[in-house]
Design a protein around this ligand. Structure first.
Ligand SMILES: CSC[C@H]1O[C@H](OP(=O)(O)O)[C@H](O)[C@@H]1O
Length: 348
């Protein structure tokens, strides 16, 4: 399935709020359409959000060319990028993609708005295609690393870090797909991942579609599953990784990391280089998105609590680097990530 398609100047997004029951592509004709889709998680997952935002910049540039106006083209485009950047604050890939697009626009400013728009479309397509290749490389490095654990593996994952979170085979699920291809997956336990159920709705859907053995569990079953089902490793995605390896990922990952330490189950993160934010020294500086309280007060739109019930709804948490066995990237593996190994990994 294509998470997103760029066809004749329109971005089509597989509407992930409708999965797994309906496969509907959402046409985005404007950057505002893309921003709305990102906000409501019609497109979600750090890399996929970045690719979608890159195309949103193309749609914005086209609109500015058509409308004209007194505001200088790049000034207006920068303002739109800032608006897009605010759509979801935790996944750094969004900011990374917008930064890439604006740098490209500035580089070609002298050629005029029409020419800049054309080169921005090429840049967005390049970012899209690069993500496919990045996923494939990450899958190989990750499978090579987990293969060292021997025997067909029992794995646990959280949320969705699959094809639906990227433009390729996925980050964590890309590794799982490659392990399965090598005959090295015995079972994957997938956390349902409340409140938006990315695990139940998306990860289980993806793995079943690829005939990879999967067992769905509720989030509060994870500890007992780790303890009684012989889980060999946990592998999840990421939304932002600080310079010391502290990692923001879907809410519930931090708790999983504490269970993993207690039960001596290695925790692996799979994330592309664009998920690293080396401008921040540790996880305390990662902005954590808080979402609408009704997401917690309901279950797939059915009320599960009184409407006035107070709620705390952080969409992510931060796992300290000490709890992470290794980070799998498209450039290789960062073992025992910390303030020394992470920057050093990117210096060569
Ligand atoms: C491959 S990054 C996927 C990452 O994004 C998810 O968050 P959301 O569904 O809110 O976009 C989750 O944190 C995944 O690990």
């Amino acid at each position: 399935m294509d998470t997103l398609r760029w066809q004749a100047g329109t971005l089509f997004l597989l509407d992930q709020t409708k999965l797994p029951f309906e496969e509907i592509y959402l046409p985005c004709h404007s950057w505002q359409d893309v921003r709305q889709a990102i906000s409501v998680l019609a497109v979600r997952g750090a890399p996929a959000i970045g690719v979608a935002a890159a195309y949103a910049v193309v749609l914005a540039a086209r609109s500015l060319c058509q409308k004209g106006g007194d505001t200088p083209f790049l000034t207006a485009l920068e303002a739109i990028c800032q608006d897009l950047d605010a759509a979801r604050p935790t996944a750094v890939n969004l900011h990374w993609a917008l930064t890439q697009m604006m740098a490209c626009a500035r580089q070609h400013e002298a050629d005029g708005a029409e020419a800049v728009t054309a080169v921005l479309e090429e840049k967005a397509i390049a970012i899209h295609e690069a993500d496919v290749a990045i996923n494939t490389a990450m899958a190989r490095f990750g499978a090579d690393e987990l293969e060292k654990l021997g025997r067909p593996l029992t794995l646990l994952t959280h949320c969705n870090a699959g094809a639906l979170a990227t433009a390729g085979v996925g980050t964590a699920l890309g590794v799982i797909r490659e392990l399965h291809r090598r005959g090295l997956v015995s079972m994957v336990y997938a956390d349902e991942t409340r409140p938006l159920l990315q695990g139940a709705r998306l990860t289980a859907f993806e793995l079943m579609a690829d005939h990879i053995p999967v067992t769905l569990i509720t989030d509060n079953m994870a500890a007992w599953t780790l303890k009684t089902k012989g889980v060999d490793a946990i592998i999840v995605g990421a939304d932002r990784i600080a310079a010391n390896g502290d990692t923001a990922n879907k809410i519930g990952t931090y708790g999983l990391s504490l269970m993993a330490r207690e039960l001596a189950v290695p925790l692996y993160i799979a994330a592309p280089a664009s998920t690293f934010d080396l401008s921040i020294t540790d996880g305390s500086q990662i902005p954590i998105e808080e979402r609408n309280h009704d997401e917690v007060r309901s279950f797939r739109g059915v009320a599960a609590a009184l409407p006035e019930t107070p709620v705390f709804n952080p969409a992510f948490d931060v796992t300290p680097h000490e709890n992470i066995r290794a980070i799998v990237t498209e450039k290789g593996i960062i073992h025992r990530p910390d303030a020394v190994s992470v920057p050093a990994f990117f210096q060569h």
